[in-house]
Structures are given as C-alpha cells and as structure tokens.
Design a protein around this ligand. Structure first.
Ligand code: ATP
Ligand code: MG
Length: 285
C-alpha cells in the first residue's frame, strides 16, 4: 500500500499543533532528531517536515499528497490545491496598519502609498478589487519595522494580538481577511490515496466534534426529568438511570461547549444537582 505523504511545518507556530492533530487522530510520529521525513507506525502515512512557504508548491506537484498550513500561505501562493478542512488553530488576521498618529480616512488613504508586506499577492488582489493604486514593497520578514525605518508608509501583515503593532507605533486600519490552519490536498490523488484521506478526515472530524462537545452527568428528581430532557437533547436522547435513592435518577447527555453555561443555568433552575461536565476524547456521530 503506498503511503500518504503529509507535509507539515518543520518548526514554527504550526508545527506542534499539526503533529498534535495527527496524534489525536491516532497517528504517532516521532521527529525527535528533526529529520526531513518520518513514518507513522500505525497508519499508512509519511510526514514531510518543510517550511510552510514551500508546502503549497510541494502539494501541487504531488511531492506531498496533503499539507497542513495557514490559509494565508495557500492564498498567497495561489497554487492548484484542494482546500479540505479548517482546523481552528493558528488563527490570525491579515491587516493593513498605519503609523498611529495618522488620521485614517478609509481605504482611499492608501492611494499611491507604499505598503510593505510579505504577502504581495493577497494585497495586490485586495486593492485591485477596490480599484485603488498602491505601491507594494515586498519584504521577507520584520515587516512591522518598515514604517519606522522609512521603507514604507504602511504595512500589511499578520496580527494575532496586536501588541507587535503597538510596540512599533502602528495602529490597525483595515482587516483584509482572517486565516487559520487548513488541510490541503493534491487535486489528482489516486483512488487508493483518496481512501486513506477519507479515513483521515473521518478521524479529524471525530476529534473536532469531541473538542466542540462535553459529556454531562447530573442527578435529578424523577418529576424534573421531562423538563430536563427538553434542555438536554443529547446525540439521540439523554440516558436515564435510576439512583439507589427512590424517586431520583441520573441523566447523561452530550452538550455543545458553546452552549455550556446557558444550559447549566437552566438545568439548575429545573432542579438538577451534582452536575458533572467531562471532556470527550473522540466523538463519532
Ligand atoms: P517557516 O520557517 O516555516 O517559513 P514562518 O516564519 O513563515 O515559518 P510562523 O511564524 O511559524 O511562519 O507562522 C506560521 C503561520 O502561523 C502563519 O503563516 C499564520 O498562518 C499563522 N499565525 C498565527 N498567528 C500568527 C502571528 N501572530 N504571526 C505570524 N503568523 C501567525
Ligand atoms: Mg514561512
């Protein structure tokens, strides 16, 4: 069976979480000595460790079948790859920032201005769609210092907390787009590899469902069960088990993480006691 080759970032913001995602899917890789390649023990997968900039090209050419990287790199490189699943980590925004003392009047502020960036293609497309002429100064890194040293009037860069902008006397003017880590695939995989990708996607979804949900256990008087069942739909419906104390039951169900606090309050109002909320490791729906 030919192995599926997955490209992940060698070292940087994506590396650890990319390997953790594979590990959560039961794919164990050891890269202790930072080799270029590592083979999984228990899944037909080989992991290639690369710079994130190179991943779109390698996936387009089929050197790697899949890649995990930031959407920003996928958009910037514009290679022919299939975008499969977003992962929810390495979230950031791509922003236009200007010196903090400037009065920002809207996008036309940038007309004929010089903007430094490592993402010239995304930036060019953005201003083209707004029909505003700008000068783009492409630089490899440390974009945030470009205005301070007189290289540019503004910058276009990745921001997660905004503290780097502040430290460099800049302020956010426009959020151009938001990005997170994504799984990409070569568009011409053979049937055998597509099958392995589907197995992997099945596992990724089970991991994601698990982290988006919690398992809840609670005790309630039997008279409150009907009301509580209305609040706790569960995967099918809640499990109800009798307690040793007559007239009382234990209810088990699954709730969404983002509804958690609302539901807890409602449950208490309905007479629920001894509420336990525990993480779910995998969830197959
Ligand atoms: P490489 O050596 O692999 O080219 P890099 O320096 O280009 O690494 P990192 O700084 O490790 O890349 O960032 C990788 C990705 O993490 C970015 O492309 C982006 O999608 C995401 N990211 C999230 N938050 C930030 C941030 N604050 N700054 C930079 N990237 C971020
Ligand atoms: Mg890079």
């Amino acid at each position: 069976m030919s192995k599926l080759k997955i490209a992940v970032q060698k070292s940087g913001r994506l590396s650890e979480k990319s390997l953790a995602l594979l590990a959560d899917c039961g794919i164990k890789i050891s890269n202790g000595d930072r080799k270029l390649k590592a083979t999984a023990e228990n899944f037909p997968v080989e992991v290639l460790f690369l710079r994130d900039d190179d991943i779109p090209q390698y996936v387009e050419q089929g050197v790697a079948d899949l890649g995990i990287l930031g959407e920003n790199e996928v958009w910037e490189k514009g290679k022919d790859v299939t975008q499969l699943e977003k992962h929810g980590f390495a979230s950031c925004k791509l922003v236009l920032a200007i010196p903090k003392d400037e009065v920002y009047s809207g996008l036309t502020w940038f007309r004929d201005k010089k903007i430094a960036t490592s993402y010239p293609s995304i930036l060019r497309n953005f201003f083209k769609s707004h029909q505003i002429e700008v000068q783009i100064e492409e630089i490899g890194g440390s974009v945030e210092i470009a205005t301070g040293i007189g290289l540019a009037d503004a910058i276009f860069d990745i921001v997660s907390t905004g503290s780097t902008l502040m430290l460099n006397g800049l302020k956010e003017a426009e959020v151009v787009t938001r990005s997170e880590a994504i799984l990409i695939a070569n568009p011409n995989l053979n049937a055998e590899k597509i099958k392995t990708v589907e197995r992997l996607l099945f596992r990724i979804k089970a991991v994601r469902n698990a982290s988006a949900n919690k398992y809840i256990l609670l005790n309630a008087p039997d008279t409150a069960i009907a009301g509580i069942c209305q609040i706790l739909p569960g995967m099918k419906s809640p499990t109800i088990l009798p307690l040793a104390t007559p007239g009382w039951s234990s209810l088990h169900s699954v709730i969404r993480e983002d509804e958690f606090w609302d539901i807890i309050d409602q449950l208490k109002d309905h007479g629920a006691e001894g509420i336990l909320v525990v993480p779910i490791e995998k969830m197959i729906v």
